[in-house]
Design a binder for this molecule. Structure first.
Ligand code: 13P
Ligand code: SF4
Length: 367
């Protein structure tokens, strides 16, 4: 989604990395406790080095909820900053250094198509028995939809707990989960809970009734939105086989946004925090292939000289929207704050925020 970031003033574009580092340090010091910089694990090193706290989407949302800083500068993508705004007080301001840092997966489900899907499902099955679950990687408007309809948000670190909770809602045994926007996280979670492939159907928002027949919609336990992450969908079973051939004792750790055929071949699956913890535990001398965004993989390699860490896909895959946040944009938003100007504030409409908070709070309460 185009969010029209205005070009940076000349001085930022032409500054050297050293000059930007010096200016960011000075602005950070001037803002002191008024400022909290949060950094998602996929951020570049030139940005991540300034973060007060690092985390996965779940950890960062919890940190935002607990923060008392006047300014929360979110080095991540738009849906994360929106969630931070929903979870912080009205006096706090959440800032995204580049407004074009979106998420292509989040853009695969918009409110209009989810409402259409909801109405279509209601025509063929008991909608009271459908619980919507949205992945954190979605707009605040979708989180609000979920909040209004008795569902919850999940992240890659708590999808299992949230889906288990969803299946226990409505006080009956035949609950159906409408999971969006990532079909892979939804499928991987359903398999983890012991469900078979025939209990899941993919909902294609571009086709009438999701491209399904009435009976399939009625009988499916999981309706999985046809969305995906273009970074994680690149990992293929062939990559796992090639790595295992080259490193018979090696370990494969993957993010649950990867397709199920890759997850099924992996040794470990989990969120970015989980991946970091698994690497931290690995004995010296281990060779590990990681299937997630390349900046995290490279950082793990640099932080663990005692291990050999490679990307599972040798043709590395950066997240182009996470990559939009750079030292120049960070420097600009911080210097504007020092000058008393708030730029790039992410502000969710009050009514949307109220219901999105319900869905986010359910997640925080479940986990
Ligand atoms: P995590 O919650 O694992 O940090 O994942 C966020 C994300 O966008 C992965 O693509
Ligand atoms: Fe979105 Fe994928 Fe980038 Fe994560 S890695 S922010 S899901 S595009």
């Amino acid at each position: 989604m185009l969010r029209l970031q205005r070009p940076l003033p000349e001085g930022y574009v032409t500054s050297t990395p050293e000059d930007l580092a010096r200016r960011i340090a000075a602005a950070k010091e001037a803002l002191a406790t008024r400022l909290m910089i949060l950094g998602h694990h996929y951020q570049r090193d030139e940005v991540m080095r300034w973060a007060h706290c690092r985390g996965d989407s779940f950890g960062l949302s919890r940190l935002a909820a607990r923060s008392e800083a006047e300014f929360v500068v979110f080095c991540g993508v738009h849906f994360m900053a929106e969630s931070a705004d929903v979870l912080t007080s009205a006096e706090q301001k959440v800032i995204l250094p580049d407004l074009n840092a979106g998420c292509s997966m989040a853009d695969m489900a918009d409110l209009e198509s989810v409402e259409e899907a909801w109405d279509s499902i209601a025509e063929v099955t008991d909608i009271e028995a459908v619980v919507p679950v949205t992945y954190m990687n979605s707009s605040a408007a979708l989180k609000a939809f979920v909040g209004r309809h008795g569902g919850a948000v999940c992240t890659s670190s708590n999808a299992r707990a949230v889906v288990t909770w969803a299946l226990q809602q409505r006080g009956r045994g035949d609950v159906k989960v409408l999971f969006f926007p990532d079909q892979h996280l939804g499928r991987n979670t359903a398999f983890q809970l012991g469900y078979e492939a025939d209990s899941m159907a993919v909902w294609d928002p571009r086709s009438a009734l999701g491209g399904l027949d009435d009976m399939t919609v009625k009988e499916a336990r999981f309706l999985l939105w046809k969305g995906h992450c273009s970074v994680h969908q690149r990992f293929r079973p062939e990559h796992v086989h090639a790595f295992r051939d080259a490193h018979p004792g090696g370990t494969v750790i993957v993010h649950p946004e990867c397709s199920h055929d890759v997850v099924a071949l992996a040794d470990e699956v989990g969120s970015t925090d989980h991946i970091i913890a698994a690497v931290d535990r690995a004995p010296a001398g281990s060779t590990i292939a990681v299937a997630t965004e390349i900046h995290l993989v490279q950082r793990l390699g640099a932080e663990h000289p005692e291990l050999t860490i490679v990307s599972l896909d040798p043709l590395i895959c950066p997240c182009s929207t996470m990559f939009r946040i750079d030292a120049a944009h960070l420097c600009w938003v911080l210097e504007e704050l020092v000058a008393g100007r708030v730029v790039n504030q992410i502000s969710v409409d009050d009514e949307v925020a109220e219901w999105a908070r319900v869905a986010l709070q359910r997640m925080l309460d479940i986990t």
